[in-house]
Design a protein around this ligand. Structure first.
Ligand code: FES
Ligand SMILES: [Fe+2]
Length: 371
């Protein structure tokens, strides 16, 4: 798929753009509003298919306060359910594991892996008990090369409509994408609104100054660009010169082995491919108006370069991630200052590295959703 043609006129940015006002990042009422306007309407990352090997394998997760779980049914289909019993609302499953049936810990009501009610203690003596009408409400699931996404909105468009081209491009960059498993995962707490963190991720205007390891030893920032592609922000650049790379690029990693690219899928998941087809993810999980947990997942095929990838994940945690935490925490404090007036975004006529057109696109999506 050829890259969409994007320029300053197609982005409608010739008049520039002003950063969002501070209350978008600090107002608890607006944060509540985002729950319905953004998080319960968009594709949210749940987990990876390698976490569900056998029928009955499950894992639990949350979207804001909503408890959910994914489970592999007896037909090897990934299903997602609200993690709430249809009796008197206790949660059903905890953590991750393997079950034959889904059994509520409160009064042992039992559901099949397809969510249908199976039995309850003393049901044979129950009056007015219509067991055929009881089943767990199911949530939409899409598999994106083995990455499991869910959407709490039954009417949401499919992922390919939201993120045109991303599925094909990702496979082109990561030839072994269907064979991945999770190698390592880290979680970092940031004291900022989730949008501060996403915005920081979505421009490389700050990279050369703040990320010496990333900007010299992983990528070549000269070619960096971030362009909107539907509700995706697509990052592209070349990898660093091979003698400057901080890790060894595998020879068999496909035609993009010397390239870097990233696909940020609005609103909370980004796929990032480091040179050598090293796929890693950013997953933003808001925990309050001014706190967010950022998950970093690193994926590779079974038995492949595991030590190298773990070392790279550690390097990334100690450099890029730590550097970004300091930046975003400082921004959140600044957003609470009486002295802050939203400044102009730096829009370069030619777009490219030192330009914040991607932030303008992201902020439009925010305003479109919450007004
Ligand atoms: S609340 Fe689940 S069995 Fe009673
Ligand atoms: Fe950064």
């Amino acid at each position: 798929m050829s890259a969409p043609s994007v320029d300053i006129d197609s982005l409608n940015l010739r008049q520039g753009a002003i950063a969002l006002e501070a209350h978008y990042y600090t107002d608890p009422v607006l944060y509540e509003l985002e729950g319905d306007a953004i998080f319960r309407k968009t594709w949210q990352y749940a987990g990876h298919i390698s976490q569900l090997q056998m029928p009955g394998d499950y894992f639990t997760f949350e979207i804001l306060e909503e408890r959910l779980f994914c489970v592999l049914d007896r037909e090897d289909r990934v299903r997602c359910f609200y993690n709430v019993c249809q009796h008197r609302a206790h949660h059903l499953l905890e953590g991750a594991g393997r079950v034959r049936n889904i059994v509520c810990p409160y009064h042992a009501w039992t559901y099949g892996l397809d969510g249908r009610f199976k039995r309850a203690p003393n049901e044979k003596n129950a009056v007015a008990f219509d067991k055929g009408s009881i089943c767990l409400p199911e949530i939409r699931v899409e598999l994106f090369h083995g990455f499991i996404f869910v959407n709490l909105d039954d009417d949401a468009a499919p992922m390919d409509d939201w993120y045109p081209g991303a599925r094909e491009e990702l496979a082109d960059y990561v030839p072994h994408i269907e064979d991945l498993r999770l190698i390592t995962e880290t979680q970092v707490e940031e004291d900022c609104n989730w949008k501060v963190s996403v915005e920081n991720y979505s421009e490389c205007y700050h990279c050369s100054l703040n990320h010496p390891t990333f900007a010299n030893g992983v990528i070549d920032p000269k070619h960096y660009n971030v362009l909107p592609q539907g509700y995706c922000l697509r990052h592209t650049t070349k990898g660093a010169q091979s003698d400057a790379m901080t890790y060894t690029v595998a020879n068999d990693s496909g035609r993009h082995k010397a390239d870097y690219s990233s696909w940020y899928l609005w609103p909370t998941l980004s796929f990032q491919v480091y040179p050598g087809a090293v796929l890693n993810t950013y997953h933003w999980q808001p925990t309050g108006v001014d706190t967010v947990t950022v998950g970093r997942g690193w994926f590779a095929p079974e038995n492949a370069y595991t030590d190298e990838i773990e070392a790279l994940a550690q390097q990334d945690l100690e450099t890029t991630v730590a550097e970004d935490v300091r930046l975003v925490n400082s921004v959140q404090r600044g957003l609470k200052s009486k002295g802050y007036r939203p400044g102009p975004l730096l829009i370069d006529e030619n777009l490219g590295l030192n330009s914040e057109h991607s932030i303008a696109a992201f902020q439009r999506w925010v305003k479109e959703a919450v007004g």
